[in-house]
Design a protein around this ligand. Structure first.
Ligand code: MLT
Length: 401
């Protein structure tokens, strides 16, 4: 019999959002008449922008005609999209070459797949709490994980410990789940630490479009030295409503190197290209044309309007937290609100309590790491009416207590 990868035995029994979905569907089976409002998984609710849909239609028409039909595309993405993404980077303050950009089906896959490039011997530094994919994928590979604590005391923005050496560092800013966002000075400290330690930063910027404070960095590449040590992952899922359409991009600068056992320096850009050409056949042409439209003037207007709607929902949730005197972060430069569980409950107990009493679904902080055990995440991705109703029911929890 084939031997199983025993590292999978070190994983939790199910992925966080699968567990949440399972509990909600059990609740719905038992209570078919209850109206449940979902502020759990960060899945968007607004439809794709008109110009994006138009681009998809045109591309679908092209696929239906012999003269314009396309088969396999370049694994790295079509040039038209890579050039549009490079243009976006210029606008947010960084120079990225089109051949440093790899188009993918989303940041989730790439933040996991990138681990293929690194030896299992590396020590990985991962914030706690954070998006569970980083821990799960490194656990699958059996890598040594060191955690850095995000707590209310450091505003959920852990900083490097200069006395400790690591090889790979995951950062997520604006952070999922806490919504906390590093400023330029803090990111500079991370870049300096990575350069001093010959470490690689894996920077997840999937929520960059929610940054409304113009002083905050929307890409790590606006920090000097970052192109020598950071790979950046981004996605159109939350920016332009692509959770079901699937398109993201990963920047692997040509200057970043990794080292072999016998001391040879390997270009991560070349090796990622090697990995992708073997394991990936690219994103559908129709989707890439839709993604290109996101970066057009009209597409940007549409995306900004969507983000504004979600940030308005975030404000409604934050206002409720303020009114009830609950400690929280996020909600300003992020679609997530991360708050301390009320009534001294742990996060899974509060999850069940809020579902049962209010019919509102959130995400238990424990799913993002041990520091989230007494914290809870709500998303702003539902519509305004449901968000207002969910907050009315949330306040009700306190009235009846
Ligand atoms: C979340 O709820 O944290 C997100 O939906 C995760 C993701 O984008 O995969």
């Amino acid at each position: 019999m084939a031997k199983f990868n025993e590292r999978f035995l070190d994983l939790k029994e199910s992925y966080l959002f699968s567990e949440v979905a399972k509990r909600v569907s059990t609740f719905k089976e038992k209570n078919p008449d209850r109206d449940v409002i979902r502020l759990g998984i960060g899945d968007v609710t607004l439809p794709l922008g008109k110009s994006v849909v138009q681009a998809m239609h045109s591309a679908a028409d092209e696929m239906g005609k012999a003269e314009t039909f396309r088969g396999y595309g370049p694994e790295q993405g079509y040039d038209f999209l890579r050039v549009a993404i490079a243009g976006h980077y210029k606008e947010i303050g960084a120079d990225v070459d089109a051949d440093e950009i790899f188009v993918s089906d989303g940041a989730k896959s790439d933040t996991g797949n990138i681990t293929d490039l690194f030896s299992a011997d590396n020590t990985v530094l991962i914030p706690d709490p954070v998006y569970p994919v980083y821990v799960d994928t490194n656990t699958m590979n059996g890598r040594n994980i060191v955690y850095m604590n995000g707590t209310a005391e450091n505003d959920f923005l852990p900083m490097p410990d200069r006395g400790v050496h690591v090889d790979i560092i995951y950062l997520c800013s604006p952070n999922n789940p806490t919504g906390a966002c590093y400023n330029k000075q803090q990111l500079k400290e991370w870049v300096d630490y990575a350069l001093e330690n010959d470490a690689v930063i894996l920077f997840d910027s999937a929520y960059e479009s929610f940054i409304s404070d113009s002083e905050l960095p929307r890409t790590i590449y606006c920090i000097e030295g970052a192109k020598k040590c950071a790979v950046e992952f981004c996605s159109l899922s939350k920016t332009a409503g692509f959770t079901g359409t699937r398109c993201g991009y990963t920047i692997v600068p040509k200057a970043i190197k990794s080292v072999t056992d016998d001391g040879r320096e390997m270009s991560l850009n070349k090796m990622w290209n090697r990995r992708q050409t073997t394991k990936f056949n690219g994103v559908p042409y129709v989707v890439q044309r839709a993604a290109e439209a996101v970066f057009s003037e009209e597409g940007q207007r549409e995306s900004k309007a969507m983000t504004a709607c979600y940030l308005e929902n975030a404000r409604i949730i934050s206002d409720t937290m303020n009114e009830l005197g609950i400690r929280y972060t996020g909600g300003i430069n992020s679609p997530y609100i991360w708050f301390e569980c009320p009534f001294g409950m742990d996060s899974w107990t509060f999850f069940d309590y809020m579902l049962e009493k209010a019919g509102v679904v959130g995400t238990p902080g424990a799913g993002f790491g041990k520091n989230g055990d007494r914290w809870f995440r709500l998303t702003a991705f539902n519509n305004k009416e449901n968000t207002i109703e969910a907050m009315k029911r949330f306040r009700g929890l306190f009235e009846n207590k």
